[in-house]
Write a protein that binds this ligand. Structure first.
Ligand SMILES: Cc1cc2nc3c(=O)[nH]c(=O)nc-3n(C[C@H](O)[C@H](O)[C@H](O)COP(=O)(O)OP(=O)(O)OC[C@H]3O[C@@H](n4cnc5c(N)ncnc54)[C@H](O)[C@@H]3O)c2cc1C
Length: 293
């Protein structure tokens, strides 16, 4: 099947998805588009809606695993500048869903605005961070959101204010198709230089906590209420366990270390092994943070 006519200039076929993701694994998608304007984006969404073509939205790909067999619909990537603008109005940061989170954080700190500096070092985009309510021990991004604009699967643009949105541990109610834009309410820092130093320090600490062996590492599970996923995995005797070229980190067992040459099937097999072992030995169901496409 070909993509509906009129989009030949932006839709590519059988695009390999691995290069767009942190893990660099997996197959192709049937269609791939990087729209350059909101109208183009809406046009693509409406065409897919009419033709019942499934759509997925790619952010920075830092929390997505593409299956080896790929995805049979359209993948939308919001890398165009139209989706990555960052502006300020007083202590409100306004940014597009495609803006890199690192740019959003450093722009805020550069403006002397505090409240999201602890998110430094989290890869991906603002859209991805909002979708999964990116967080650290110092708080989550959701608590800063005062407005979000979304595009639905039927091509409608809808606005939500902060009180209409819900954020919890790595979850948000932002489950329409595309997060186009958001406003974050920040605070004027009493000492902007100290704020900048704090961000730099947090960045160094974050990097030092991540295992460095292997080509890429991910944290696939969220902590179940009242538990720590790493402790559950360790107490289930799985620290250091390997499936092909994918290994559970021996000292930080909530990290998977994925070596070059691994396949998505090996990652999925190991995730399943962890889930079933922890359920059997500890009686707790681990929930995936990683999205599997
Ligand atoms: C080394 C490393 C460190 C990490 N540290 C942290 C951490 O400290 N805290 C933390 O919370 N997470 C962390 N993560 C996980 C990950 O970086 C976050 O979940 C991140 O916010 C995902 O953003 P992304 O743009 O890469 O999203 P993607 O991986 O591209 O997508 C994730 C999900 O968000 C959806 N999505 C993305 N953009 C949009 C959009 N504009 N509109 C609608 N839906 C969208 C996708 O469809 C998908 O369902 C880490 C990951 C890595 C690899």
């Amino acid at each position: 099947m070909a993509f509906p006519a009129g989009f030949e200039h932006i839709v590519r076929e059988n695009e390999p998805l691995a290069p767009y993701t942190w893990l660099q694994l997996g197959g192709t998608c049937r269609f791939f588009a990087e729209p350059t304007t909101e109208d183009e984006l809406k046009g693509l969404v409406l065409a897919c809606h009419r033709e019942s073509i499934p759509i997925r939205v790619l952010g920075g790909g830092s929390n997505i695993l593409i299956r080896d067999e790929g995805f049979s619909g359209l993948v939308l990537s919001l890398t165009a500048s139209a989706f990555g603008k960052i502006e300020f109005q007083g202590n409100i940061l306004k940014a597009g869903g495609g803006a890199k989170l690192s740019h959003v954080v450093s722009a805020a700190v550069g403006e002397g605005l505090a409240g999201i500096e602890h998110l430094v070092g989290i890869p991906g985009t603002l859209g991805g961070a909002l979708h999964g309510n990116a967080s650290t021990l110092d708080g989550d991004i959701g608590q800063r959101v005062q407005k979000a604009q979304l595009l639905t699967r039927t091509g409608e643009v809808v606005d939500y204010n902060g009180s209409q949105l819900q954020f919890s541990h790595h979850q948000s109610s932002l489950d329409e198709l595309v997060i186009l834009y958001a406003e974050l309410k920040l605070e004027k820092a009493a000492d902007p230089i100290a704020l900048c130093k704090r961000m730099q320090k947090l960045w160094i600490v974050k990097r030092s906590l991540q295992p460095t062996l292997g080509t890429s590492t991910i944290i696939p599970f969220i902590d179940p209420p009242g538990y720590n996923a790493a402790t559950l995995i360790e107490e289930s005797g799985l620290a250091g366990y390997r499936e092909g070229l994918v290994q559970i980190h021996s000292t930080q067992p909530n990290f998977l270390v994925v070596s070059s040459g691994a396949t998505s099937s090996q990652v999925i097999a190991l995730l399943e092994k962890i889930r079933s072992t922890v359920a059997a030995k500890k009686g707790v169901e681990l929930q995936l943070h990683l999205k599997i496409w």
